[in-house]
Design a protein around this ligand. Structure first.
Ligand code: SF4
Length: 257
């Protein structure tokens, strides 16, 4: 079978969008207003993965349109990018009621969409925003974002090799000046990571993985024994600053997407 062309990938991504918009795989379909597939350049070198849609995203069907989205756009502008030049998605495509933590069953039902998005977009760098996406995509349900932010890791995700770059969630940084400073510093490292040719060279070796396998065999399955833990104030913990700064609550982190 010949390798998929760029046109094939674009068509597949659109088909996946339509599938998500009518998805009923988990109970969240019953309470959402609109599913949020994600948006941006389908050939983006940089992809962001957050946790789940919030109120505004659910209303508009677009990711990161609230205050956190504005901050994300500002951070992108500082490195010479616009949101149209990247791809922005979430682990869950439908909003949990009242922005509650995603449940393991919801993640299990929804994560194949994310692996497929990654396989089709083939980003060079995947920025995970906050604890939740970081723990899922790194396959490490224990180590929190405070420890791993700003540390690039190489992973195979959706059959595609990319650099995973965990950073604080913009919604959390909105409340904590020291965290915002760290977020800006981590963001400033993105241009160098995007220029790293070694990732692009490694990717084709795995690009021929069957699409079905990418959908049905997520790289990092969740199990009851190893649930991905939603972000907590404790895990966000004190930012790496000399002054003690109060960590935001989980509700604060999740309420301003
Ligand atoms: S959260 Fe994901 S699996 Fe659940 S209904 Fe929405 S799109 Fe489907």
């Amino acid at each position: 079978m010949p390798p998929a062309t760029e046109s094939d990938d674009l068509s597949a991504l659109e088909a996946l969008r339509r599938e998500v918009e009518t998805c009923t795989r988990c109970d969240l379909h019953a309470t959402r207003t609109r599913a949020v597939f994600g948006e941006g350049d389908p050939r983006a070198r940089l992809m962001f993965v957050g946790e789940a849609p919030g109120y505004h995203e659910d209303q508009q069907g677009r990711p990161f349109v609230g205050a956190a989205g504005k901050l994300l756009e500002e951070l992108l502008g500082a490195i010479g990018l616009t949101r149209e030049q990247v791809f922005i998605a979430n682990v869950l495509k439908s909003r949990p009621p009242n922005n509650r933590d995603p449940q393991p069953g919801e993640i299990e039902a929804c994560q194949p969409y994310l692996w497929r998005q990654i396989a089709l977009i083939k980003p060079r760098v995947i920025c995970t925003l906050g604890n939740f996406a970081t723990k899922l995509l790194s396959g490490d349900p224990v180590t929190g974002i405070t420890k791993v932010h700003g540390r690039p890791q190489r992973h195979e995700l959706g059959g595609h090799v990319a650099t995973l770059f965990p950073i604080f969630h913009p919604a959390a940084a909105l409340y904590t000046p020291a965290m915002l400073t760290t977020l800006r510093e981590d963001f400033a490292r993105l241009p160098a990571l995007l220029a790293d040719e070694s990732v692009a060279e490694a990717a084709p070796e795995l690009a021929g993985a069957p699409a079905d396998a990418q959908l049905t065999a997520p790289a990092l399955p969740l199990t009851a024994a190893e649930p991905v833990v939603a972000p907590s104030a404790a895990e966000l913990g004190p930012p790496p600053a000399t002054e003690p700064v109060a960590a935001p609550s989980a509700a604060e982190q999740l309420g301003l997407f």
